[in-house]
Design a protein around this ligand. Structure first.
Ligand code: SF4
Ligand code: SF4
Length: 311
């Protein structure tokens, strides 16, 4: 049964005023084919469940007795010189046993299975807010179409309940998956991270030819006003006038579209440490407002409607 199809979710965020208009519930799916240097959800990249460890919450063995060490069947935990826990990422299989015994919420596994019906029940809780604000459900990630069946069925189920639906995609997915969800999507956010294939590969791990051809195909089906092309503007990565111009030109040649420039931020940086990952852009600072304004003017000079920065 469709409602029993499961997806791997890492967060459901209620009362968001970003990503689709009105008050929205954002459903974040785990797993992504890209690994962008600036990713603010590093825990979304792997499709598997992962153990997060918040060091600042760990009170240390002298206070709590470190029950986490005894609970771990994989010997993946030890203590540092301050008697606080350290996770061996090679040994940990994210079983979650340690999270059951830590009384300080220092350990948490992200990535759990939910059915379409379960996610929909969460979304339904905020229906009065959607009605009043013109909001609805937005599926992001990770890459929602890395779990194509679940995403398609969740979108269809939400639409059957007369909810506004939006999806955020990297575009790096087989066209057949994207095509199948389009009829269930009221608003599509489509990322274009760099117009040059080799630079795109360097910054994200994958080239962009599939992304560009998918965007072209999207426009043969969706109305331009139902698509927003997004550029995350990241210093030292894609923040040149040449790249913004070339991207805007490509988009403008496909037909009139809305484009949104999103300035780089550092909100996800602390999460890299929580998941034992290195942050590729250490030291990078947000783009100056004057620079962003210059980029907005470039976008508008191609006849595109530049949307407000949403962060
Ligand atoms: S992770 Fe939790 S249980 Fe383990 S030492 Fe830290 S506070 Fe104690
Ligand atoms: S999630 Fe499981 S394997 Fe990983 S540290 Fe905790 S108990 Fe050990």
């Amino acid at each position: 049964m469709a409602g029993n199809t499961t997806g791997r979710i890492f967060n459901i965020q209620r009362y968001s005023i970003h990503d689709g208009g009105g008050i929205r519930t954002l459903v974040f799916l785990k797993g992504c084919p890209l690994a962008c240097w600036w990713c603010s959800n590093p825990e979304s990249q792997s499709a598997k469940p992962e153990l997060g460890f918040i060091e600042t919450r760990c009170v240390g063995a002298e206070t709590c007795g470190a029950p986490c060490l005894a609970a771990c069947p994989a010997d993946a935990l030890e203590l540092d010189e301050q008697s606080k826990a350290i996770v061996s990422r090679d040994a940990c299989d994210s079983c979650g046993e340690c999270t059951e015994v830590c009384g300080h919420d220092a350990l948490k596994v992200v990535g759990h299975e939910m059915t379409v019906d379960e996610v929909l029940a969460e979304i339904e809780k905020d229906r009065p807010f959607y009605r009043r604000s013109g909001g609805g459900m937005t599926i992001g990630g990770g890459e929602p179409l890395a779990q194509p069946r679940f995403t398609e069925e969740l979108l269809e189920a939400a639409q059957d309940e007369y909810l506004h639906t939006a999806i955020e995609t990297s575009g790096y997915v087989p066209w057949k998956y994207l095509e199948r969800v389009l009829r269930h999507v009221d608003l599509l956010y489509f990322d274009l991270k760099h117009i040059d294939p080799e630079t795109h590969r360097m910054l994200t791990g994958q080239p962009n030819e599939l992304i560009l051809s998918n965007l072209e195909s999207v426009l043969s089906i969706k109305k331009p006003q139902d698509v927003v092309v997004r550029i995350p503007v990241v210093p030292g990565c894609n923040d040149s006038a040449e790249n913004i111009s070339a991207t805007a030109r490509f988009v403008a040649e496909l037909g009139y579209l809305q484009m949104e420039l999103i300035g780089y931020h550092r909100m996800g940086v602390s999460k890299y440490r929580q998941y034992g990952m290195a942050y590729p852009l250490d030291g990078t600072q947000p783009v100056e407002e004057a620079t962003m304004q210059g980029f907005r003017e470039i976008v508008e000079s191609f006849g595109l409607q530049e949307m407000t920065d949403r962060l």
